[in-house]
Design a protein around this ligand. Sequence first.
Ligand SMILES: Nc1ncnc2c1ncn2[C@@H]1O[C@H](COP(=O)(O)OP(=O)(O)OP(=O)(O)O)[C@@H](O)[C@H]1O
Ligand SMILES: Nc1ccn([C@@H]2O[C@H](COP(=O)(O)O)[C@@H](O)[C@H]2O)c(=O)n1
Length: 225
Amino acid sequence: MSEFIAIDGPAGSGKSSVSAAIARRRGYGLLDTGAAYRALAWHVLERGGHTDDTDAVLAAAADFDLRLGLDPDDRSVAIGDTDITAAIREPRVSSAVSGVARIPAIREQVNIFFRSLVARAPQPAVVVEGRDITTVVAPDAPVRILLTAAPEVRAARRAGELSGENAAEVAAALHKRDASDSAVVDFLNAAEGVEVVDSTHLDFSQTIDAVLAVIDRKQGAEHGR
Ligand SMILES: Nc1ncnc2c1ncn2[C@@H]1O[C@H](COP(=O)(O)OP(=O)(O)OP(=O)(O)O)[C@@H](O)[C@H]1O
Ligand SMILES: Nc1ccn([C@@H]2O[C@H](COP(=O)(O)O)[C@@H](O)[C@H]2O)c(=O)n1
């Protein structure tokens, strides 16, 4: 049985990039749970629907052949035979995704999918990153981390990735998404037993080291090392 390494945090906190680096370094799997929500949002839009329309989201979810793996070196996402790896990162999907994430039945459906992926994983552990992994998906995971950074730092990092986008608009969209998402699950405050790593004053490499230090300490305690 593969072990959960649960990492939550707000948008742009470094969850995906830091988790991928750690999974590669340790030979673990990587599960980007946000990619599943994004894929469903893309699917709703592709069917001509709107993610504010609960019936349209539920209908899309009933016909949702998501292909999402655990290989940190293969971050591809598909629905059936359609590769949507790049499409799910487009601003139109980022703006729509909170609409699918607010629906409890959708959260239950994707959580069943996540748990079954980890249960069948060939790796000894899977780094699972998202918003509710430490609290809902794997509240008993031996390693639970809230990765955060100051809002203006997160916005600047995200704006730095998106060439051609207006920095103020990128920041506004990121904060709007956090506001919508945090009304559904609390990923701004650490639940009991969850360790906080704040990367506001850390560079990328220092952040990886800080997260690895928590993982090593928690796994050592769990396995009596
Ligand atoms: N400590 C850091 N210092 C500098 N840049 C960082 C740091 N951590 C992450 N980054 C960069 O910040 C950007 C956002 O990181 P990433 O996409 O991993 O965040 P995320 O939490 O997964 O965001 P989202 O939830 O919006 O998908 C990336 O370009 C990443 O390389
Ligand atoms: N555990 C999760 C993960 C994600 N979401 C929703 O998906 C959106 C995209 O996530 P990213 O990590 O790719 O930014 C996010 O804004 C949430 O709406 C979620 O609800 N729970």
